[in-house]
Design a protein around this ligand. Structure first.
Ligand code: IPE
Ligand code: IPE
Ligand code: MG
Length: 247
């Protein structure tokens, strides 16, 4: 095939099987603050650099052939940070959502947002609604942003929903609960990447990541690029997924 995109050609050169890519890639985009601090700059500058990285990684993932990309943008626990960082992040996400709207629509990206979005500033809520609505019929990559997202909060919200409806415990299954998560139609992530070296989940997709393959790189999020992305896929394809069986 000579209709391969440049990133697919690079993937092939690294021995990646394009037929066995992770269908759903999830990323914990960590290390923006450290990246900035190391250079004597403000943490918010690091978040702005992280936004640039996200644009590139979304494009690369789509061009590579990944169907779903889900990224952790703001956790339900990140409100614990200093007020100026929190408001700076909220403003940055809102600006980015508005600024990228046209490009996302034209690039056939379907945008979803998961998390307790009713708790974020109204301007951001409006930008989220607009982004989801104008891209809902797109058929390319599904790009899910986790904003004010917590894995425990998500499970709790699912359980509360069932209890409120008076569900019969005997009929509640894992599928029932999966169907109550914020993105019930999203498949579970196959590969979970965390940047900046921490070996923890930080409350991301606790329910869905039960059998995700984890890949951690020391590169901070602003430093992450195509080379790192492809390296993670190479590692992923070397794993044997067993789901509790014998593989
Ligand atoms: C990740 O970078 C982005 C968010 C959590 C919003 P951090 O801000 O956590 O960066 P570090 O971990 O302090 O370096
Ligand atoms: C996880 O990173 C949240 C996001 C990337 C949005 P944190 O920086 O908040 O995680 P901890 O605090 O190091 O566990
Ligand atoms: Mg961090």
């Amino acid at each position: 095939m000579n209709s391969l995109r440049p990133i697919q050609k690079r993937a092939l050169a690294l021995g990646i099987n394009l037929e066995a890519l992770p269908k759903h890639l999830a990323i914990i985009m960590d290390g923006n603050g450290r990246f900035a601090t190391r250079q004597g700059l403000m943490r918010l500058w690091g978040h702005r650099q992280g936004y640039q990285t996200l644009k590139k990684v979304l494009l690369s993932s789509a061009n590579l052939g990944v169907d779903y990309l889900t990224v952790y943008a703001f956790s339900a626990e990140n409100w614990r940070r200093p007020e100026d960082e929190v408001s700076g992040l909220m403003t940055l996400i809102e600006e980015a959502a508005r600024h990228e709207l046209k490009g996302l629509r034209e690039n056939n990206v379907r945008v979803r947002v998961i998390g307790r979005t009713h708790e974020v500033p109204l301007g951001l809520q409006e930008a989220i609604r607009e982004m989801e609505e104008t891209t809902s019929l797109n058929t390319g990559i599904t790009f899910t942003l986790a904003i004010n997202y917590g894995g425990r909060a998500e499970i709790l919200d699912a359980v509360r929903g069932l209890l409120a409806e008076g569900a019969d415990p005997a009929t509640v299954t894992e599928e029932t609960l999966s169907g109550r998560m914020y993105g019930p139609d999203l498949p579970d992530p196959d590969l979970m990447i965390r940047t900046a070296g921490e070996l923890r989940w930080s409350n991301f997709l606790l329910w869905q990541a039960a059998y995700s393959e984890l890949y951690v790189t020391d590169a901070t999020w602003p430093e992450f690029g195509d080379e790192e992305l492809l390296k993670a896929v190479v590692h992923y394809q070397k794993r044997t997924r067993k789901f509790g069986g014998l593989g």
